[in-house]
Design a protein around this ligand. Structure first.
Ligand code: GAP
Length: 515
């Protein structure tokens, strides 16, 4: 069986070969951790964004959207804390000259203990069969207990070092745990130091010089600085939310794992403004709602888990991640944060403007508290790609690569194929395209054998292939072939629209989320 690493490599190659993701400016050998989306990738990405946007804007009367500029007044980033505190703790290996995030090295060490514990349990489960009691085994097995103990000690040291911003202690942990550089295999580490992740550039020119501006590292601040504009012009009453989709930029040092950690990426963020004191209730509400949104896609409930933050950001009083099982382990796809009134309060202080909300129900003004849901479009894209990618051996020894996308997100919904390029079949196929194209993204393919055409559509995840043959000209029926089961059925042309719509209409997912 192929290792997860091999599967991931194949997935990355597949993304390029089939027009999903290309390295940026590839003809100049690419640019580190920057990627372009191709003809199929952009469709998948747009469908993800639509699924998120509509689930916020259509399903909630009290959520509206905005589209703020990427450049913002530089004081924004002073107020938000990004100028002073948006740092990663870095460490270099002197032998390989490679740079790492110290916190990531330690998190990987924690994951290694988890792996060891799981391995012991899996071995024992095999030995004991059905009578195996995992909890009991973990509590009594000496080796597992030893790993648990080591993990807990490491975890508490790590959290304490992060809380205290203690860079020497982070280095000491790396030394004590005997963590080696994966490239050089040595422990020849430099000290840990902080590195600010914001990109900056210059705007305009004045006699005193140009103004230093930043490329936004999160879209959220565009929402905070517009909160009162939206509240007033939209006559919004608390609780209400503002949603936004847009690009964000971070000078990531350890840019790895394809589109998982990029320097230019896209976020879908929603800030929900609530009355002080109610924020933890709303935090639980959004935690549950967001997980439902993910699970409704049907990629497998076991692939998701919550991960509560070890270290809360200075502005947060609760925070959790929704993690997805990628080929390289469970990883954060979305963060849900209770950000208190930190951001609004700070913008009020730095701008000198009153941005309090007057609550007519209690006849009082206050600075609202905020619950934020923040998901990366690119990470969502990667999670869907990873779950969809399948290599299958077929009867007769043939094989296929198929992307089993949720039909609603598939870049192309249906491909129409005339069996041969003559006898009026192409014209009939074009008629069918014209029937469907106003509602669904369709493609047309008349080249090569039907088998080859099916493989091409499997490889880009098209849920339906529709074949027009000679009999179609007599009975007005076509063959529709389903991607996952490869089953074929004969249906009337007039029924195609409803068959496809039933599978690809987002309405069905939204009903699942709100039920
Ligand atoms: N406004 C809150 C915020 O930005 P975050 O946890 O730093 O929080 C939110 O980012 C989400 O943005 C993450 O869960 C992830 O999906 C995505 N994200 C963050 N950095 C990223 C990067 N370098 N590349 C791709 N996606 C990233």
């Amino acid at each position: 069986m192929a290792s997860q690493e091999d599967v991931f490599k194949k997935l990355v190659a597949h993304c390029k070969e089939y027009g999903f993701v290309f390295p940026s400016s590839e003809i100049y050998d690419g640019l580190g951790a920057v990627y372009d989306y191709g003809q199929n990738g952009v469709e998948l990405k747009n469908n993800i964004k639509k699924y998120w946007w509509d689930s916020m804007i259509l399903l909630h009367e009290n959520i509206v959207g905005i589209d703020a500029a990427i450049f913002m007044h530089p004081t924004t980033w002073k107020a938000s804390g990004h100028v002073d505190a948006f740092n990663d703790p870095l460490i270099d290996n002197r032998d390989s000259k490679k740079r790492y995030r110290a916190d990531v090295l330690i998190e990987e060490q924690l994951a290694k203990y988890d792996e060891k514990i799981n391995k012991e349990c899996d071995k024992a489960a095999k030995r004991f069969g059905e009578s195996f009691d995992r909890e009991m085994f973990c509590q009594t097995n000496a080796r597992v207990q030893d790993y648990v103990q080591k993990r807990e000690t490491l975890h508490s040291r790590f959290v304490a070092a992060l809380e205290a911003n203690n860079l020497e202690e982070l280095k000491q942990i790396i030394l004590d745990e005997e963590i080696v550089c994966p490239i050089s295999g040595t422990r020849n580490w430099t000290d840990v130091r902080q590195f600010n992740l914001m990109f900056s550039t210059e705007m305009g020119s004045t006699s005193d010089g140009a103004m230093k501006v930043y490329l936004r590292p999160e879209t959220a601040q565009g929402i905070f600085v517009n909160y009162l504009n939206v509240q007033k012009t939209g006559r919004m009453k608390i609780p209400f939310g503002i949603a936004q989709i847009g690009k964000a930029f971070r000078n990531e040092i350890v840019a790895r794992q394809f589109i998982f950690r990029m320097r230019e990426f896209e976020q879908m963020e929603m800030q929900f403004f609530v009355k002080p004191g109610t924020e933890l209730q709303w935090f639980e509400h959004w935690k549950a709602f967001r997980l439902k949104w993910h699970k409704a896609l049907g990629l497998g409930d076991h692939k998701y888990r919550y991960h509560d933050h070890d270290k809360l950001a200075h502005y947060a009083n609760a925070a959790t991640d929704i993690e997805f099982e990628m080929p390289f382990g469970f990883k954060e796809v979305e963060g849900i944060h209770s950000r208190t009134n930190f951001d609004l309060g700070s913008h009020e202080k730095y701008s000198g403007k009153n941005i309090k909300y007057f609550d007519p129900e209690i006849n009082q003004s206050y600075t609202p508290f905020v619950i934020e849901t923040s998901i990366g479009v690119d990470r969502m894209f990667l999670s869907i790609m990873s779950a969809a990618y399948c290599e299958e051996t077929l009867e007769g020894g043939d094989s296929r690569v198929v992307l089993k996308f949720p039909a609603v997100l598939a870049p192309i919904k249906a491909c129409v194929m005339p069996l041969v390029k003559k006898d009026g079949l192409p014209e009939k196929a074009r008629e069918i395209m014209n029937l469907l194209k106003f509602d669904f993204k369709c493609s047309y393919d008349e080249k090569d054998s039907i088998g080859k055409r099916y493989r091409r559509q499997d490889a880009v995840g098209t849920p339906f292939c529709i074949t027009v043959d000679h009999q179609t000209m007599e009975d007005g029926c076509v063959t529709i072939r389903h991607r996952d089961t490869m089953q074929q059925e004969r249906v009337e042309i007039g029924k195609l629209h409803s068959i496809i719509d039933e599978q690809v209409n987002m309405k069905n997912l939204f009903k699942k989320i709100v039920e």
